[in-house]
Write a protein that binds this ligand. Structure first.
Ligand SMILES: [Zn+2]
Length: 377
């Protein structure tokens, strides 16, 4: 029998070993056949006969998020940074991979000589389609600088330029503009932030410096997360909300829930001040050409509808992740738009990670971790 308290706390999940995440598609719920069922939410409703209440009595919440891994493929500076980065982290991966990235970067620079309108110059398109359904999303930005480099780190700087609504602006300008329009800015910390308070604080401060205010939400780059260490690191850096706990190569309810829940420090069993807004569906898991589910648009929409129905049935949170550079991939971009149109029919509460988290803690007040722990004692 599955011990659901172990699932929601993360005790039944493997930890990264030798700096590798053991299985990007794994969940302890795979074995019970419940990957597409928010089982713990259902247990709550069976026991308590009540669902979470959302603003204006909306049936569930939809949290749209974007991890900004790349600003634009046509930025000479970003590509030069990437080439330098490949040499700096050369020993961390195979020579062939290093050469591929270096040559792709060179190719991007060549192309940029002919046109600076790269395929990723479409941040405004995301805002437009989100605005159409009354949504505002959370954008997770990478830091400019890290203390310890990894080959997967992002390579843009905040004074790099991009085109936005016909104007040339800097990444810093973009971050401030998104914030002023009501979109949330969070941190997308680097690979080696997962176990380092110094790294996490240093990276958080860089985004806060640009915005001139505190940020509260975080999603680990590559979803690189250690159940035993990362929650405490995020708490020590002052974060309130994490949205890392989903899959790179799969979709579904990794920890058996679509509800927000507090992290537990597995070393001493203390509840931490960071709450998880679980990641349910991401573009990369569905559309990566070489790994994960490798879905076509129609099948992807069927999966999304299935999961949305499940979240709706328990009144939970459907967190979506689409990478902004995915707008260059027509199938992914079309699926995003169709997903929003489909969800809109349910009239859910579209909100940022922070809005969902703040609402949950103030008005919903369900703590699934202590609930399920007491139940299974
Ligand atoms: Zn990332």
């Amino acid at each position: 029998m599955v011990r659901w308290d172990k699932v929601i706390k993360g005790i039944s999940f493997p930890r990264p070993k030798n700096n590798k995440v053991p299985d990007f598609a794994f969940s302890a719920v795979n074995f019970s056949g419940d990957l597409y069922n928010p089982v713990i939410d259902q247990i709550w409703i069976d026991q308590k006969s009540e669902k979470p209440k959302w603003p204006d009595n909306k049936p569930y919440a939809v949290c749209i998020t974007h991890d900004v891994d790349v600003i634009t493929l046509r930025s000479k500076r970003e590509n030069i940074h990437r080439i330098k980065h490949v040499f700096k982290t050369w020993s961390q991966q195979k020579t062939k991979q290093n050469l591929i990235i270096a040559f792709e970067s060179l190719e991007n620079i060549m192309k940029s000589m002919f046109s600076n309108r790269g395929p990723n110059h479409r941040i405004e398109d995301w805002l437009t389609v989100e605005q159409e359904v009354g949504a505002r999303a959370t954008f997770f930005f990478a830091p400019e600088f890290v203390l310890k480099s990894h080959f997967t780190d992002c390579c843009y700087r905040y004074d790099d330029k991009l085109r936005f609504e016909g104007k040339k602006i800097t990444v810093a300008d973009l971050m401030r503009e998104l914030k002023s329009r009501g979109w949330e800015i969070g941190l997308h910390p680097s690979w080696f932030s997962y176990n380092s308070v110094d790294e996490m604080k240093y990276q958080k401060a860089q985004v806060e410096e640009v915005l001139g205010c505190e940020i509260v939400s975080v999603r680990q780059h590559f979803l690189h997360f250690d159940n035993k260490i990362t929650p405490s690191v995020q708490a020590a850096a002052g974060f309130k909300y994490d949205s890392t706990l989903g899959f790179n190569d799969n979709i579904g309810f990794k920890r058996g829930t679509s509800f927000a829940y507090p992290f537990v420090n597995l070393v001493n069993n203390d509840t931490l001040p960071v709450w998880e807004i679980p990641l349910i569906i991401q573009d990369g898991a569905m559309f990566h050409p070489k790994k994960g589910m490798q879905l076509d648009q129609k099948t992807a929409l069927e999966y999304i509808q299935l999961l949305a129905e499940k979240v709706k049935s328990v009144g939970g949170i459907l967190t979506l992740l689409w990478h902004p550079n995915a707008s260059a991939d027509e199938i992914s971009w079309q699926t995003f738009q169709e997903t929003l149109a489909m969800l809109k029919k349910d009239n859910p509460w579209f909100a940022t990670v922070r809005e969902v988290g703040d609402w949950w803690r103030k008005n919903v007040n369900i703590n699934l971790v202590s609930f399920i722990e007491n139940l299974e004692k």
